[in-house]
Each structure stands twice: as structure tokens, then as C-alpha cells.
Design a protein around this ligand. Sequence first.
Ligand code: GTQ
Length: 345
Amino acid sequence: MNDLGRLEDLPVEYVEEMRRQNLVPLWPSLRGVLPPRVPTRQTRPTHWPYQSIRPLLLRAGELTPIEKAERRVLVLANPGHGLDKMQASAAMYLGMQLLLPGEWAPSHRHTPNAVRMIVEGEGAYTTVDGEKCPMSRGDLILTPTGLWHEHGHDGSDPVVWLDVLDLPLMFYAEVSYHVNGTRQDVVPGQGDRRHAHGGVLPTPAFVRGHKDYPMLRYPWAEVKAALLDLAADEPTLEHVQITYVNPQTGADVENVLGFYALMLRPGQTLRLPARSPAQVFHVVEGAVRVQCAGAGFDLIEADTSCTPGYESVSLSNARPDAPSFVFMADESPLHRKLGVYEVRG
Ligand code: GTQ
């Protein structure tokens, strides 16, 4: 298998002459870039307890005014990739962002897609493409590629949310950039309201000003109700899971990353099969043990963890008498578009 020639087998002057011509022999590196059967993954199972992040984030609020930060974020970096790379997995970036009462994080747009999962606090909002999206615990707010967005806070306590972006992929592809803007005019209307009635949607032909992203806010109350109803309707269903979709197309809400919410029944252990995408788990309510590739983490509310692709993951509800609820992100849409999506069982 590994009987390919090594670089050291070649005359030094030959290698040097090639390198002067910007040439490199493939065979010493062939197995490195095309390993047998399983890809090399730098993504390590990692756990970021919220109680460790929170004091450091609040301290950032004292040390760095919003004007000096633009976005006051502590990045959840995977040590397997090297902390300076600021990535949770190959395609996913995670950050915990703090906004204090009265602060404003100015309008900009960028090529990477983002979502925000609200972790703590009331009274803040994100204005996306002119739509004011209020933030409450567990809500998911989209800021898809190219849309203007800014964050404001009219409440009285710190607000924290989890940012999930496809920044590492966009940066790697050399397509990551931003443009600064000015404060947006808020237009009336809420996509989550007009799309919140089961089975009926605004008739596309009569929707004024077609939008690729008709729904920008997915309130937690709706998601939790959907999960509880699904669990009650299908008492033997193992995967009590919903996918966040674009209501007009039924497709994933964004182009690169997929977003889901999962309910674990009281005491349930759920085995997720080994699939190609890396995954992120964030506990919205309850307590969950995450096990993957020999690692085990006990997540409590607001904790976040990630797991590499091509490994099975087991999720156990640590609450024997109540369901637990998990927000998940993964790289499935990307893998499907690349034609490399796999389930290995
Ligand atoms: O809130 O717009 O975590 O632009 C990283 C980049 C958040 C944001 C991040 C961003 C934002």
C-alpha cells in the first residue's frame, strides 16, 4: 500500500531544481492528499461549556467598547485546526457574541452565510435586509450571503448569541469579504409571521418583491411546539428532529450549512450514524451527553460541542424525567452539492 517513493529517495539537487521551477513530485505526497478510505480530519471532538465562556465574554464587554470591536465575539476554535484558524470544523465557524444594552453593531454585509442562535437575554434585535428580527432565547435568525445586517439592543441586560458561519470555507475558497453600510431603514412586516401558518404560504405569484430568503427568523416557541407535537404524534419515532427550511422552496435555509433541532425523549440515547459532515450540538433546554470517537462530554444548557465527520455520535438525554432540546448545525448541504455526502451507518 505505502510503497510509493519518498522525497528522500530523490537526489537533493534534483528536488531543488524542481522547486526552483515551482514543480513538486506527486508520489511522495499522494497518500497524504488521498488517504485510504477515510479522509484525514483535523476536526476534533470539542466541548465549549457556556459557564467558561460567559465570564470571559462579559470581560470583553468591559475591556473593548463595541466601537473598537464592531462585533464583540469570542470564537469557539477547534484545537485540531489550530486556534488561530478560528474554525470549529472544515466549513464551520462558531462564535459567542455579546451586545450590551444601548450598543449598536453597525450595518454590513458579507459573502459568508451566518445564522444566530440566541443564548441569553432579551431586548436585542438584528435588522436583516430591512426586517427587524427580535431576539429571544432559542430563536434562530438568518443572515444569508450578501444581506445587510446590524445588531441593536433596547433591553436592560447583556444579550449573548451563538454565531454559526461558513466563513472557513469561504475564506479557503478566496471569496470572503465584507462591505460596510449605513443604518438600515426598517420596513414593516415579519417573514416569520406570514409564514407561520401550517400548510399555507403567500401565493408566490402575488408576493411583492421576490425574496430568495422569505423567512429570516425562526422563533424557538414554534420549533419546540413542532418537536413536542411530532414526539406526541409518533410515540415510537427515534429521531424527533426538524430541519430549518426555506418555506417557499422546502430546501435548507442556507446554501452551505444545514440547521436542525432535535428532541431527546426522557432518558433517551440516540445513535447518529457515521456521516461525512462534521456536526455542531448546542443545548437549548436540558442536559445531553455527547460521545464521539472515544471522547465524551456532558453538555448543560447553552453548552456547545462539535464532532468530526465519518464518526458516529451518540446523544444521551441526561434528564430521566423531561425531554432535552438540541440545536444542531452541519455541513450536509455543502457535501450534497459537492456530491460527497455519505452515510456509513
Ligand atoms: O454579527 O455580523 O461572529 O460579521 C463573525 C462575523 C459575527 C456578525 C461573527 C460577523 C458577525
